[in-house]
Design a protein around this ligand. Structure first.
Ligand SMILES: Cc1cc2nc3c(=O)[nH]c(=O)nc-3n(C[C@H](O)[C@H](O)[C@H](O)COP(=O)(O)OP(=O)(O)OC[C@H]3O[C@@H](n4cnc5c(N)ncnc54)[C@H](O)[C@@H]3O)c2cc1C
Length: 420
């Protein structure tokens, strides 16, 4: 975020870098923050998850709450060219949460401010901007509640994903996480603490949501909750034809109104080979049920497609009744019938699935490797060309990591993106 530049009566910076740094330090100390300021080695604040950018901030601010952030932003707004970036869990790329010779505000450090208060009526949680979604889940499930819309991975902060969008397999039904908050507390670029909703200070509300941290710092959010599912049937089915894969995925996300439907729809592309990272082995959910390449049609190309689906159910539902619903829903799809994989899991275990992958990746050193990545929204009109040129040509040997592709309904993004 680049703070507004508004010169008032503070010492003029000069051309000597050291003098400027000490002037800034003095000004920061004068703020008498409740939290702390770190001028030393800035560690993780100098890096991001992409691992392609390394930039050193002048200082890392560890605020105790919104008041501290407001003081810092007010100061920054008076200093020409001083940049400020909020840092959630630093899991974005391209230096988004970094400030080259600027100030990084470490949102996770606001421990008591990041508390999570769950309310039953109406079901919602008031959550600090630096709280992790994993903690929102932990805190809300004992109340029999859970947020409606997720990301695949939960060690991300509430402010960090709300500044982007926050999408996963529930977004076809509930929209991204930005559509599932009703109120925000924001520190603006002028250092004011403002509460905003769709109706009150709505321009700020819609600017901050998906605003990449450029319109204000989210210090608190009211997140919509719903009754927490207990169990999930987690299913993967494989396609050799992209046209059938997209037809089925689009069918599933548009049959909401007709009653019975899956509760989560995602998908991915994988390489049609025995490559242990990019190939067939990336599909099975149960080690006792490996991928049998005999199930792949001979007409298949260099890549295959997998629809990933989830049906929520209750702990005491009989497996046969869950099977009936699953079979009915899968019965309308055109996947390769011998390539169907499924397991039953607790809801919380399902939502924590990438944590398991993280632990494995940390053990073999991949987690800290550079992670360039790209998220794109491709229109339905162009997705078949995209498949031909990108998946089947440029990426036909894989990328050494997941290539996710799944349908979203534009209508679920309207609130945040069209209104602003
Ligand atoms: C393993 C992994 C899996 C992921 N899976 C998904 C997924 O399934 N769906 C999805 O949508 N995304 C996913 N992401 C991307 C992730 O949602 C974004 O990169 C998100 O911004 C990271 O959150 P963070 O808390 O680490 O934010 P940071 O990386 O710390 O910050 C991201 C941006 O938000 C700004 N920001 C941070 N906190 C605030 C705040 N409180 N107020 C205002 N601005 C703020 C920062 O300045 C920066 O511009 C994934 C990332 C990883 C590493």
């Amino acid at each position: 975020m680049i703070a507004y530049l508004e010169r008032v009566s503070i010492p003029e910076p000069n051309n000597n870098e050291d003098d400027n740094v000490s002037l800034l330090r003095n000004s920061l100390e004068d703020l008498q923050l409740q939290g702390s300021i770190d001028y030393g080695p800035t560690g993780s604040a100098s890096k991001d998850f992409g691992g392609m950018q390394i930039t050193k901030p002048l200082a890392v601010i560890r605020p105790a709450g919104a008041e501290d952030i407001a003081k810092v932003i007010k100061l920054a707004s008076r200093l020409p060219n001083l940049t400020v970036a909020a840092r959630g869990n630093g899991h974005s790329i391209n230096g988004q949460a970094m400030a080259d010779r600027g100030l990084v505000i470490d949102m996770k450090s606001m421990e008591s401010y990041n508390k999570i208060e769950v309310r039953r009526h109406p079901p919602c949680a008031d959550v600090g901007g630096g709280a992790l979604w994993a903690d929102v889940l932990k805190r809300s499930v004992p109340f029999g509640l859970a947020p409606r819309s997720w990301t695949d991975y939960l060690d991300l902060t509430v402010g960090g994903t709300l500044s982007n969008a926050g999408v996963s397999g529930q977004a076809f039904r509930y929209g991204p996480q930005t559509e599932n908050v009703t109120e925000l507390e924001v520190v603006t670029g002028k250092g004011e603490i403002v509460t905003c909703t769709r109706n009150e200070n709505s321009q700020l509300f819609f600017s901050v949501l998906g605003g990449l941290g450029q319109f204000g710092i989210i210090t608190r959010a009211r997140v919509l909750l719903q009754p927490s599912p207990q169990m999930v049937r987690w299913i993967r089915v494989v396609y050799s034809e992209f046209s059938e894969f997209t037809r089925d995925a689009e069918l599933l996300v548009s049959q909401e109104e007709s009653g019975e439907s899956f509760d989560y729809v995602e998908g991915f592309v994988f390489v049609n080979s025995d490559d242990p990272v990019n190939g067939w082995a990336s599909v099975p959910l149960d080690p006792n049920h490996p991928f049998d390449p005999a199930g792949i049609p001979t007409s298949a190309g260099p890549v295959l497609y997998c629809l990933e689906l989830v049906l929520h159910h209750r702990e005491n539902d009989r497996p046969s009744s869950v099977n009936l619903v699953v079979d009915r829903l899968l019965g309308q799809l055109r996947f390769c019938k011998k390539l169907r994989f499924e397991v039953d899991l607790k809801y919380v275990e399902f939502l924590s699935r990438v944590k398991v992958a993280e632990q494995q990746a940390k053990a073999n050193g991949i987690w800290d490797a550079p992670h360039p990545w790209l998220n794109l929204f491709v229109s339905k009109r162009d997705i078949a060309d995209f498949d031909r040129l990108v998946f089947n040509t440029i990426l036909q040997h894989g990328i050494g990591g997941p290539i996710l592709v799944y349908p979203l309904l534009r209508s679920n993004f309207l609130g945040a993106f069209i209104t602003c």
